[in-house]
Design a protein around this ligand. Structure first.
Ligand code: ADP
Ligand code: ASP
Ligand code: MG
Length: 444
């Protein structure tokens, strides 16, 4: 069986919902994972933030706006009177849930309950739309099988057992619809897989049912060689390996949630990226196979902190790095980049939760400087550090100040740390140095 995930834009308009309907209606049984309609999760996050800030009136206004939007969707999408009534009732129940949250004391559960409503709405509406169109669709509530453990990792055994049982109980259906993004936490309370998490839902489900393939349908024709939000003339990559995709997603390629390939990589289940608006475009196939050599794609991740730890005690001494790393270990803060000199080490983190405590501990052993507002620009491709064309990327040094370079940590990744204000320029310049120079670097 295939698992197909459709993102916010794909279910964000009547026209696109019709595209989705024709893509999935080919007579084969499949699981369809849906995101919230585009704009909805952002609106829900805004409602939650207003409540957190104590501005209930503003939150109520935003809830009303959302209700108006969905009333229009129902009007445009559903003609069948009975289904229309059923969906209207459901939307009203979501509205009541949101109102109830505005009366509760604000906490994480209130937030999680609010942001979950987008996927609950889109899947209910879309499943009824399919039924109206004569398609044998059934809604499988994600909260009946999707759960994370203490470490917020998918509880694979629980998911597999419950999902397969639910599918067995609904053998007669052609299309199983379920919510992306939402899950239960270890206490059984509503939670989620972080922003963009519907991709991750699809691959977790793919692993649980041993799917033939997981397809991520979105608003672009696959994985591009650079971030299309900042760079013109980027091109889609037809084939990319799990490792390359994971690295790019981790370092900011928004098209994939960073964890997406994890559940399917070891099971060797391919992930295909496709464009809902242009279904005939090839898209990108992600598998274990590695194709070509040289720089394949560039991505950038913001919100990075650079920490420079300097001590004369490092000179010709051993054990200093161990002490430094222990501090990060103690505060469970992962490090992304590291570079060293004889008397200093610079490293980066993106999780600033414990940055003050980390700073204080490091100050006991060295002098410490922290720079916020940094971005990691990551160049990924098979064997890039050995490829003859790779040095072209260093032309970037004439355009922007590069704070750190990580080269050779792996054969397939080179990372540059820059100030975020140079990001657009850096990505654009790298595009021309790396992909638009006369000789193409990647041999596909
Ligand atoms: P969805 O709502 O379908 O999950 P997302 O907005 O999360 O879609 O992801 C698709 C978007 O990711 C694209 O529209 C594009 O702007 C952005 N993006 C960033 N980097 C890349 C990349 N390397 N390749 C393709 N798209 C990218
Ligand atoms: N709706 C969620 C979000 O906007 C999850 C997703 O779209 O993947 O982040
Ligand atoms: Mg997404």
């Amino acid at each position: 069986m295939l698992v197909l995930k459709f993102g916010g834009t794909s279910v964000g308009s009547i026209e696109n919902m019709n595209n989705v309907r024709s893509i999935i209606n080919d007579g084969t049984q499949k699981i369809v994972v849906l995101s919230a309609m585009s704009g909805t999760t952002n609106a829900l996050v805004e409602i939650s933030e207003q409540l957190n800030a104590g501005d209930r009136d503003n939150a109520l206004e935003l809830i009303e706006e959302l209700l108006v939007k969905y009333a229009q969707v129902i009007e445009d999408l559903l003609q069948n009177k009975q289904l229309k009534e059923e969906v209207s009732k459901y939307v009203l129940s979501v509205y009541e849930t949101l109102i109830e949250q505005t009366k509760s004391k604000y906490n994480e559960l209130v937030h999680n309950t609010i942001v979950a409503q987008g996927e609950l709405l889109s899947t209910f509406i879309f499943s009824r739309f399919l039924i109206q169109e004569g398609i044998n669709a059934v809604l499988l509530p994600a909260l009946d099988f999707m759960r994370v453990d203490q470490q917020h990792e998918p509880d694979s055994f629980y998911i597999q057992q419950n999902l397969n049982r639910i599918i067995d109980d609904n053998q007669q259906a052609d299309i199983y619809i379920t919510q992306g993004f939402i899950c239960l936490d270890v206490q059984g309370q509503i939670s989620n897989l972080q922003r963009g998490g519907s991709d991750y839902t699809a691959s977790i489900i793919g692993a649980a049912i041993q799917a033939e393939e997981v397809q991520i349908w979105t608003d672009i024709d696959g994985f591009h060689n650079n971030d299309p939000r900042y760079v013109e003339n980027t091109t889609a990559i037809q084939k990319i390996s799990f490792d390359e995709a994971a690295e790019l997603a981790y370092f900011g390629a928004k098209i994939l949630h960073p964890q997406t390939v994890m559940p399917v990589r070891d099971l060797n289940i391919p992930v295909r990226l496709k464009n809902t608006m242009v279904p005939d475009a090839y898209g990108t196939l992600i598998t274990q196979q590695v194709h070509g050599e040289g720089i394949k794609a560039i991505a950038a991740k913001d919100g990075i902190y650079a920490i420079k730890i300097k001590s004369a005690r490092m000179l010709q001494a051993h054990g200093f790095l161990k002490k430094v790393f222990e501090v990060f270990e103690k505060f469970q803060t992962p490090i992304d980049m590291v570079t060293t000199s004889e008397i200093a080490v610079s490293l980066t983190i993106d999780d600033a939760t414990h940055i003050d405590a980390i700073f204080n501990e490091l100050e006991q052993i060295a002098s410490v400087e922290v720079d916020a507002g940094m971005s990691i620009v990551c160049l990924v491709g098979n064997n890039i550090i050995y490829h003859q064309d790779t040095p072209q990327l260093f032309n970037i040094l004439q355009d922007v100040t590069v704070r750190m370079i990580a080269y050779g940590g792996s054969n397939n990744n080179i990372s540059l740390l820059i100030n975020t204000e140079y990001k657009r320029n850096t990505l654009q310049k790298l595009q021309s140095y790396v992909f638009e120079s006369e000789e193409k670097m990647v041999v596909a």
